[in-house]
Each structure stands twice: as C-alpha cells, then as structure tokens.
Design a protein around this ligand. Structure first.
Ligand code: SAM
Length: 249
C-alpha cells in the first residue's frame, strides 16, 4: 500500500475502481488551488461504504477536475456502535468535542439540549463538515452520523431499548467506570455528558429511573465537559472497543 500519499478525501458517492470520481467544489478548490495538484498526482479517497482507494488526477478544467479511481487499498471497516450524547458548550469547545469524538471512533453524535445547556445555535451542517474533516485526518473509514439537536427528555422517550446509555454523573453517585464498562455486555452503547452547569436534579432523577441507563463516575475531580467526553470515550474504547485487540476481534 502506498503510504506517502498525504491527501485523503471523503467521497459521498460510493467508489469503485476504474471509474471517474468528481470532487465537490470545496475539494476541487483544495486540490487545485491550495495543493496545486496536477494531472497524474495521486490522492487517497474513501467513501464510508466500500473502503479506501488510490485515485489519480485525470483531467483538470477551469474550475473542475476528475479523479480516476485506480486501486482499492483498504477494505471497509466500521467503527464500534458507540453513540455520543453531549450538551453543546461554547463553540470552540464544542468543535473540540466533535473532532475528538470522531477520532475516538463514535458512530453517531447526538447534540442533547439540557436545562443548563448554554449555547446559541447548534449548527448541524458545521458539525457534519467537522466530522468529515476529522475522519479524513484520522484515517477512519466511516463517518459518524450527526443528529439534529433534541431535548434530553425527548431523546429518552424514544430511546432504543437494546442500547445501554451510560450517563456521566459528576455528583459521585455513579459507579466506577471500569467496573461498569467491563460488566456491561451490550455492544450497542451510548455515552452522555452534561453541560458546564451539570445535569439538574430533575434530569438526574429522570436518567436514574430509566431501565436502559447506568450512572458512571470518573473519579472525584470535576472534569470540564470536553475533558469528560474524551475521557469517557477513551475508557470505553480501551475496555470494550477497538483499542482492545481482544474485544474488537
Ligand atoms: N457544574 C458541575 C459541577 O460543578 O458539579 C460540573 C459539570 S461538568 C463541567 C460537565 C459534565 O461532565 C457533567 O455533567 C458530567 O456529565 C461530566 N463530568 C465531569 N466530571 C465528572 C466526573 N468526575 N464523573 C462523571 N462525570 C463527570
């Protein structure tokens, strides 16, 4: 496999060898005007469905270009079925959460509005562009699905019963994260992290009474929301996910 090709782009169209792929306008600008690539230059492309390929710039027009899909270099691999629910925080910290969660292999991101969520507007399109950029950079082969923001209560009302929801409970009444993760056989799971102001008492009571939830503690120190997201996802990947060679076979 050629490893010196640095450019790696996501294709929303499913790819196959010996076909021509049309980058979108943003990608054409990047390839031609930023990287100044020419006919014959090679890039990597993945489509989130069939795997990853080497493509070669085939033709360049005034404002377009086509790429010939030459060779498949990686078979498709899906990330674990791990969802992240988080209460959006300030823009730059939310950006950090979106990129970090993508790199940590979540399969779906659900912005969750709670009583103490302080954030202007949740821009789903912005999140969708960010997960693609993070996936291109971290070499994952699929793209997390980004959901529309919804209130926590509504999410719980329609929650799939076969999916375990671990909520990060900073009050100290949650169970030990390693113990809980190690002893939960579910392969369909989700992690929920609250806002800077924490969950309200009402929200904690609502979460605790659900049959599909478990309260999880990450020690005595209070973590910032963005720290808590990365810590919880990292623990799950290390104990149950694809960081754990044994588990991910
Ligand atoms: N305002 C809260 C307080 O002072 O207690 C802190 C909220 S914390 C900034 C944001 C979220 O991160 C919490 O709602 C929780 O989901 C998670 N979190 C932070 N520290 C945690 C811990 N030690 N254990 C479990 N979850 C934690």
């Amino acid at each position: 496999m050629k490893t010196n090709i640095k450019v790696r782009l996501f294709s929303s169209q499913t790819l196959s060898t010996d076909t021509l792929w049309q980058p979108d306008d943003r990608q054409i600008h990047y390839l031609l005007n930023v990287l100044r690539l020419n006919v014959g230059d090679e890039i990597k492309i993945f489509d989130g469905q069939s795997g990853e390929y080497i493509g070669q710039i085939y033709a360049i027009g005034k404002k377009n270009c086509s790429v010939k899909i030459m060779q498949k270099i990686r078979e498709m691999e899906h990330s674990p079925d791990l969802w992240l629910l988080f209460a959006p925080v300030k823009k730059d910290k939310t950006d950090f959460i979106i990129a970090g969660a993508t790199e940590l292999g979540v399969s779906r991101i659900l912005p969750t509005m709670t009583e103490r969520t302080i954030c202007e507007r949740v821009n789903k399109e912005r999140f969708e562009a960010q997960v693609i950029e993070a996936a291109e950079q971290c070499r994952r082969l699929d793209i997390p699905q980004v959901s529309n923001p919804q209130p926590l209560e509504k999410i719980l009302q329609t929650w799939p019963q076969d999916r375990m929801l671990f909520f990060m409970d900073e009050t100290g009444s949650g169970g030990d994260i390693c113990n809980i993760f190690q002893n939960t056989p579910n392969t369909k799971v989700a992690v929920l992290v609250g806002p800077e102001g924490g969950f309200s008492e009402k929200e904690l009571a609502l979460l605790r009474k659900q049959s599909f939830t478990k309260a999880v503690s990450m020690g005595k120190r209070i973590l910032r929301a963005e720290t808590a997201v990365l810590a919880a996802l990292s623990c799950w990947q290390a104990i149950c996910g694809d960081w754990n060679e044994r588990k991910s076979k």
